[in-house]
Write a protein that binds this ligand. Structure first.
Ligand SMILES: [Zn+2]
Length: 369
């Protein structure tokens, strides 16, 4: 009996040591464990057989069996840990667990302000017509905003554009920072410093012409300021795009052709424009440019006040005095200029009734565009 018992023990040891080491997965490992160490497992039964042996044999064989039991148990434990780790690694690396077609975590995404969108659209059209980008300061001198543009001192045309002048207090405040000085930084009534918030983008014309030789073709988009009461169609701050083209023999026909393409690109290929005589100090002749009403196609509606036309922009040929002012010879060079309000175009394009909506930063309004 002891000889065959011991032989059994060795064969169990040889078989299960190898089998456990080679177990492929936790389930396979468990099956092997039950087979050898379970209540009716081979080693369990072999241990029970010991009771048929003599006391002496039991003392010799018992420890061998327990030793094998410990050996197998620690082998199972070690193998189980390895398999669990391998299993997890495999799961993480299996492509099926990551489904790239599932929607990702979404973030609220912002977008450009409607005015910026229109401004981009307008400058893109002008860029296609050869106008290059130009900018100028928001705080201007009286010279660039008025004088160089043929607004003579005391010329009544200055009253056409209600101006925010920078008061002399501003200079005191900015240089000495007097705390007791509670005066407003800008005042409509204090033209003492010669500085003002620009009332139009036209000063950029002067700055650009001063710094370059003709021919030139520029667009100057930007913010402008007027001292006006704010209502549904007026704002104290708004945006313009200025266009200027100076070359030899530039005529009203060039202006009209350029504006026709501009308006048709903006509002649709069937858009009609018309010129009405007007007056600006810095252009001669000057024109108000209308587009055929976008809402009634000229038939007459409430938006166009039954006229069939919408006022769109001011334009004209650059006044010889303006050319002289920057050192261009008006006998050689001529040019056209125009200025268009970005708010007005945006309101027409998007059907917005109140200009104040643009500046209230109400996300419920802005996210619609
Ligand atoms: Zn209409």
């Amino acid at each position: 009996m002891p000889a065959s018992w011991e032989k059994n023990l060795r064969s169990i040891q040889a078989f299960y040591t190898k089998a456990l080491r080679e177990a492929k997965d936790p389930k396979n490992l468990e099956t092997l464990r039950v087979e050898v160490l379970g209540r009716k497992g081979k080693l369990t039964l072999l241990l029970k057989d010991l009771k048929n042996c003599s006391l002496e044999e039991r003392k010799r064989l018992g420890p061998l069996a327990n030793q094998l039991k410990d050996q197998l148990e620690s082998l199972i434990q070690e193998k189980r840990e390895n398999l669990t780790a391998a299993d997890l690694k495999a799961k993480l690396e299996t492509p099926s667990l990551f489904d790239p077609s599932l929607p990702g975590a979404s973030f609220r995404q912002g977008h450009s302000h409607p005015l910026t969108q229109t401004m981009n659209q307008m400058t893109e059209i002008l860029a296609q017509q050869g106008f290059s980008w130009a900018e100028g300061p928001l705080i201007e001198s009286d010279y660039y905003n008025f004088e160089a543009l043929n607004f003579l001192p005391d010329h009544p045309a200055r009253d056409m554009q209600d101006t925010f002048y920078i008061s002399s207090k501003f200079e005191v405040r900015s240089s000495k920072l007097k705390e007791e000085d509670q005066q407003p930084r800008t005042s409509h009534l204090e033209p003492r410093t010669g500085l003002l918030l620009r009332t139009h983008t036209s000063p950029v014309q002067i700055r650009k012409m001063e710094s370059s030789r003709p021919p030139l073709r520029i667009m100057a988009p930007g913010r402008v300021f007027r001292h006006e009461a704010v209502d549904a169609s007026h704002s104290a701050v708004f945006h313009q795009i200025e266009g200027l083209y100076v070359d030899r023999q530039v005529s009203m026909a060039d202006l009209k052709g350029t504006l026709q393409i501009f308006m048709q690109s903006l509002f649709g290929s069937s858009t009609e424009i018309r010129f009405r005589p007007s007056y600006f100090p810095f252009t001669e002749p000057s024109a108000e440019v209308d587009v055929q009403c976008l809402f009634c196609q000229g038939g007459g509606c409430t938006v166009c006040k039954k006229s069939g036309w919408l006022e769109m922009l001011g334009a004209g040929l650059v006044h010889p005095n303006v050319l002289k002012q920057v050192g261009y010879d008006p006998e050689t060079w001529s040019g056209f200029a125009f200025g268009i309000g970005v708010e007005r175009v945006t309101m027409l394009l998007l059907g917005i009734q109140d200009i104040r909506m643009f500046y209230e930063n109400d996300v419920r309004f802005l996210e619609q565009f």
